[in-house]
Design a protein around this ligand. Structure first.
Ligand SMILES: Nc1ncnc2c1ncn2[C@@H]1O[C@H](COP(=O)(O)OP(=O)(O)OP(=O)(O)O)[C@@H](O)[C@H]1O
Length: 269
């Protein structure tokens, strides 16, 4: 077994929010298996439960029912003790869309991107940190001189790439991207998607990619999970779903991208 191999298993995972008569189910009972070869795209309209699913995997939300295990160990156990929590953060990294709030405005981008190397990997040697940070900047087509700036002193597209750099520099086994390109200009979206795709391929990482936009998801994923009102209504290889969707809701999503002005749905190879 390769050291980067892993197995994440969701069994009967459900998430409810609210209390008593205001209670509702954001994620219906769901089973899913993710490993180092997975490129899973999660798609669905706003409020369908995609982010809640991602947040449960990283431990930002606790399932109401069901179990999530990583290499056979339940996520709450990974997160219970500091040492295993840090280990879990080395294995599973999460990048969300709202990059402005995920960066400390008082810290430079250098501090932000080097923090996980210091805290999760215990790397403190400045020369080593600099080498790693320069390498990841180059890979994400970022000018390393931007590291001296604060998060509000770079563009939204650059900040999103710094957020990716902060996760990718950790070299996780599983990368979870939650709407990482939605707020970007269409031209920058393509660049960022290509960068993520080449990075995960080169480093052999599993990917769970959450987005509204089918073209982005289809480009980067090999399997799709279509969610509607908290339920998975269709799963399967991207190529099959794009060419022959079975569920009416999937057909609806596809037709929303079929117009002459919409981006073409490109399927990952
Ligand atoms: N902490 C919370 N408390 C209460 N309700 C929540 C909470 N987080 C999410 N929800 C609700 O759960 C449902 C699913 O939300 P979620 O963010 O998972 O959807 P989504 O598919 O990711 O949507 P979007 O694409 O807009 O991000 C929504 O109705 C949302 O309002």
């Amino acid at each position: 077994m390769n050291p980067s191999d892993f197995e994440l298993v969701l069994s009967g995972v459900r998430k409810d929010f609210g209390h008593r008569n205001r209670r509702f189910t954001a994620v219906q009972p769901l089973d899913l298996r993710v490993d180092q070869d997975s490129r899973i795209g999660v798609i669905g309209e706003s409020g369908s439960g995609k982010s809640t699913l991602a947040r449960m995997i990283v431990g930002l939300e606790r399932p109401t029912d069901g179990v999530i295990t990583f290499d056979g160990r339940p996520v709450p156990e990974w997160l219970a003790m500091r040492s295993s929590r840090l280990e879990y953060r080395r294995y599973v990294q999460y990048v969300a869309q709202d990059t402005s709030s995920s960066f400390d405005p008082r810290k430079t981008l250098y501090d932000a991107v080097s923090a996980p190397l210091r805290f999760l990997w215990g790397i403190t040697d400045p020369a080593q940190l600099r080498t790693r940070l320069h390498a990841i900047a180059e890979e994400l087509s970022l000018d390393p001189r931007l590291y001296d700036r604060h998060p509000h002193q770079v563009s939204g597209g650059q900040r999103q790439r710094f957020a990716l750099a902060r996760s990718l520099v950790v070299e996780p086994r599983l990368l979870i991207c939650d709407e990482v390109v939605s707020a970007l200009d269409v031209s920058v979206q393509g660049t960022v998607l290509n960068l993520i795709k080449s990075h995960i391929t080169r480093h052999g990482m599993g990917l769970l990619f959450v987005a509204h936009g089918l073209p982005a998801v289809a480009f980067i994923s090999s399997e799709l999970l279509v969610m509607k009102e908290g339920a998975v209504v269709e799963t399967g290889p991207v190529g099959r779903i794009v060419s022959a969707p079975e569920h009416p809701y999937t057909r609806e999503l596809l037709s929303a991208h079929a117009g002459p002005d919409s981006a073409r749905v490109e399927v990952a190879r």
